[in-house]
Ligand binder design. Structure first.
Ligand SMILES: CC(C)(COP(=O)(O)OP(=O)(O)OC[C@H]1O[C@@H](n2cnc3c(N)ncnc32)[C@H](O)[C@@H]1OP(=O)(O)O)[C@@H](O)C(=O)NCCC(=O)NCCS
Length: 430
C-alpha cells in the first residue's frame, strides 16, 4: 500500500482556476466546515435534513478522508454547492492488491446542476490521484450514464438473485457448518473479520471499514429500521468463524408467504456459503429469497435442485479508472506469454500512450514506451482496459462492441493474459 496521506494532496489547480473564473471556490474542506458538507451530501442524495446525531457521526467519519467542496459565495446557506470525498484503499487485483483512489459522495446541488461543476470536480480528482502516483481510481455509482466520459468503466458486475424457495429444493451435499443467530454488535464484528479475511480472494474488492459493518448491522445513527436486521454466523467443525449473513424478513400478504432479503453474505469456505444459502432457502414461512451484490458466478444454481427457481439480474457495480497503464499491468498477474504493442487512448489525456508489453517464458513483465506513431497491435480506450482488467469482461466482447481494435490474434493473446478463473466481486457500496 502507498504511504501517501490523502488529506495532504492539494486541490487540483486547473479545476480550482477554471471554477474561480466562474466565481466558484473549489477547495479542500476541513474542520468546522465538515458538518455543512455532510448536510450538502444528504441533500444531494435526496435525503431529508439529517438529525444532528447523524451529522455528528458522518462528520467524524468524513474527517478521516479528503473532502472537496465547491462553494458559491452567493449561496443563501453555508453548504458547499458540490461535494466529493476520497480516500486511498486497497483494491484486490488478480494475484495481489494495489492502492486505489476511492471516490464517493459526488453531488452537485440541484440549483447548480449541468454547468460543468461535476466535470471540473471529477477531472480535478483524477489529476490529483494520478499526480499522487495512484494507478487506479474507483467508485460505485447512482447512474450508469455519468462516469464513462471520465474514463471509468464498469469492471465488477454484480448479480441480484431472486429465488422461489418452494421450487428451488437442494441437490448438493448437506453443509456441515453450524449456524447461530447473533446480536447485531456481533454481526458487525463478524462481517468485518470475514471481509478482511476473504477480500483478496476475488479481484475487484476493496478494504472494509468499521462504519460500513456497523451500518450493515443497523448500528449507525442513520439506520432506518435497525431492528429488522437479523444476523447469523457460521462456524466450522473446529468452532472457527467461517461465514456471516445480514438479512431482513419482510412480511407478506399471508402468514405463510413472506420474503427474506439477504443484504450481505460473506463466506470464507464453500461449505459456509452453502450453509448460509441453505439456511435462507429453507426458512420457514418464507417463499421468496432475494440477495444483492452476489458475484455473477455464485455457485447457488449448482446447489439447488431446480436452477430455474433462480432469477438473476446482472448489472454494473464496481467502476474502475486506470490512471497509469504500466503500473496497472505490473500490479496484477498475467496468464501465459505475451508480446505486443499496445496503444491506450484516454479522453482526459491522463493514461494514454503506447508501449511494448512482453512476458516471455518464466521472465517478468517488460514494458517499454513506444513512439506515438509506431503501429500498435492492439488499440483500446482506457475504459475498455478497465472493464477487462479485473476479469469482468473479455477483450473479444469489447472488440465486438467497437471498443478494442487491431490484430485479432494479439487481441486474443492479451485477452487470455487478462482472463481470471473467478468473476470479480465487490460485495459493498462505497
Ligand atoms: C450527477 C451529478 C453529480 C452531475 O453534476 P453536474 O454538475 O450537473 O454535471 P456536469 O454539469 O458537470 O456534467 C458533466 C457531464 O455529465 C453529464 N451528466 C451530468 N449528470 C448526468 C446524469 N445524471 N446522467 C447522465 N449524464 C449526466 C452532462 O451532460 C455532462 O456531459 P458532457 O460534459 O459530456 O457534455 C448531479 O446531477 C447530482 O448531484 N446528482 C444526484 C447525486 C448523484 O447521483 N451523484 C452521483 C453519485 S455516484
Amino acid at each position: 500500500m502507498t504511504s501517501i496521506d490523502v488529506k495532504t494532496v492539494p486541490a487540483d489547480p486547473t479545476s480550482r482556476d477554471s471554477l474561480a473564473r466562474r466565481g466558484l471556490d473549489y477547495r479542500v474542506v476541513s474542520g468546522d466546515d465538515i458538518p455543512d458538507f455532510v448536510r450538502a451530501v444528504h441533500r444531494g442524495f435526496l435525503g431529508p435534513e439529517p438529525e444532528q446525531k447523524v451529522v455528528d457521526a458522518d462528520a467524524s467519519l468524513y474527517a478521516e478522508n479528503r473532502l472537496i467542496g465547491v462553494y458559491d459565495p452567493e449561496a443563501a446557506q453555508p453548504y458547499p454547492v458540490s461535494t466529493e470525498m476520497s480516500w486511498i484503499t486497497s483494491l484486490s487485483v488478480p494475484g495481489g492488491a494495489a492502492p486505489m483512489w476511492a471516490i464517493s459522495e459526488v453531488t452537485v446541488a440541484a440549483t447548480h446542476r449541468r454547468r460543468g461543476i461535476a466535470r471540473a470536480m471529477l477531472e480535478g480528482e483524477l489529476r490529483a490521484a494520478a499526480g499522487a502516483g495512484l494507478p487506479f481510481a474507483g467508485l460505485t455509482v447512482s447512474e450508469t450514464t455519468i462516469y464513462g466520459r471520465y474514463g471509468f468503466a464498469p469492471a465488477v458486475p454484480t448479480s441480484t438473485m431472486t429465488i422461489d424457495t418452494r421450487r428451488a429444493g437442494w441437490s448438493a451435499a448437506r453443509p456441515e457448518a453450524r449456524l447461530l443467530f447473533v446480536e447485531r454488535e456481533q454481526l458487525a464484528e463478524d462481517l468485518g473479520v470475514l471481509h478482511e479475511r476473504v477480500h483478496g480472494v476475488r479481484a475487484g474488492n476493496i478494504s472494509g471499514w468499521e462504519h460500513r459493518w456497523r451500518q450493515q448491522a443497523g448500528l449507525t445513527a442513520d439506520a432506518e429500521k435497525p431492528r429488522d436486521i437479523r444476523g447469523v454466523r457460521a462456524l466450522d467443525a473446529d468452532g472457527e468463524l467461517v461465514g456471516a449473513m445480514a438479512f431482513v424478513v419482510k412480511e407478506g400478504d399471508e402468514f405463510a408467504v413472506n420474503s427474506l432479503s439477504v443484504d450481505l453474505l460473506i463466506a470464507a469456505t464453500p461449505d459456509a456459503l452453502a450453509a448460509l444459502w441453505r439456511f435462507a432457502l429453507t426458512y420457514d414461512l418464507v417463499t421468496t429469497v432475494t440477495a444483492s451484490r452476489r458475484p455473477v458466478d455464485d455457485p447457488l444454481p449448482w446447489l439447488v435442485a431446480d436452477s430455474r427457481a433462480i432469477r438473476q439480474r446482472v448489472i454494473d457495480h464496481g467502476w474502475l479508472r486506470i490512471l497509469d497503464v504500466p503500473a496497472a499491468l505490473r500490479a496484477r498477474s498475467l496468464n501465459g506469454a505475451l508480446g505486443l504493442r499496445l496503444r491506450v487512448t484516454d479522453p482526459l489525456g491522463i493514461a494514454d500512450g503506447s508501449w511494448t508489453v512482453a512476458k516471455l517464458g518464466g521472465a517478468g513483465l517488460e514494458i517499454a514506451e513506444l513512439d506515438e506513431d509506431a503501429r500498435a497491435d492492439v488499440t483500446l480506450d482506457v475504459g475498455a482496459l478497465a472493464a477487462a482488467y479485473l476479469g469482468g469482461a473479455t477483450l473479444e466482447t469489447l472488440a465486438d462492441a467497437g471498443r478494442v481494435s487491431g490484430d485479432p490474434a494479439k487481441i486474443a493473446e492479451l485477452s487470455s493474459a487478462l482472463r481470471t478463473a473467478r468473476a470479480p466481486h465487490l460485495p459493498i457500496w462505497y
